[in-house]
Design a protein around this ligand. Structure first.
Ligand code: G3H
Length: 178
């Protein structure tokens, strides 16, 4: 059976600083993960030789992180200070809350529809993505409710393997202690 593998990008400098969005470099730990990922995939994964990551690599614009609009590059503390109402609204309904000049999780789910169609017809594929994006994809394959979606924990430095079955998906996780 074919599988879909998800991983967040290695820890970024913004992750370390607690800032959202941005286009940040990887932290030293994140770099370590990026270097270790090919071996993790080849050593652990599957009955078919998946990859040494010398496979065709595609960059999909539709996998960009949830756009935090005016809050891009801020910490949650800074957002709470600058936009207290927004901060409260997001807490109230995280799935539907749309950042000023940015996106909501609902927007991202819509944006990801073509990606999901593509994933449905791909063979084995590894998606390296951002947390909000992987939350949406993960929720789709596990049929998780919208209200839970924005709170799904997608840990750093972990490959999640989903193998679609007739009903639902089998899941395995491979964490690297980095
Ligand atoms: O790293 C940030 C996540 O991708 C999104 O965070 O829980 O504020 O939506 P969130």
């Amino acid at each position: 059976p074919r599988s879909i593998f998800f991983s967040r990008h290695g820890e970024s400098q913004y992750n370390v600083e607690g800032k959202i969005g941005g286009d940040s470099l990887l932290s030293p730990r994140g770099m370590e993960y990026a270097k270790a990922l090919p071996a993790l995939i080849t050593d652990n994964i599957g009955d078919q030789p998946l990859t040494d990551l010398k496979y065709t690599k595609l960059t999909w614009k539709s996998l960009d992180e949830l756009d935090a609009g005016v809050c891009d590059g801020m910490t949650y503390e800074e957002i709470e200070q600058a936009y207290p109402d927004d901060f409260a609204n997001r807490d109230e309904d995280k799935f539907n809350y749309r950042y000023r000049g940015g996106e909501s999780y609902r927007d991202v789910v819509v944006r990801l529809e073509p990606v999901i169609m593509e994933l449905e017809r791909q063979e084995n594929i590894l998606i390296i993505g951002h947390q909000a994006i992987l939350r949406c994809l993960y929720a789709y394959f596990h049929h998780l409710p919208q209200d839970d979606l924005p709170y799904i924990k997608i840990p750093l430095h972990t490959v999640i393997k989903l193998t679609p079955k007739a009903y639902g998906c089998d899941e395995e996780r491979y964490a690297l202690p980095i």
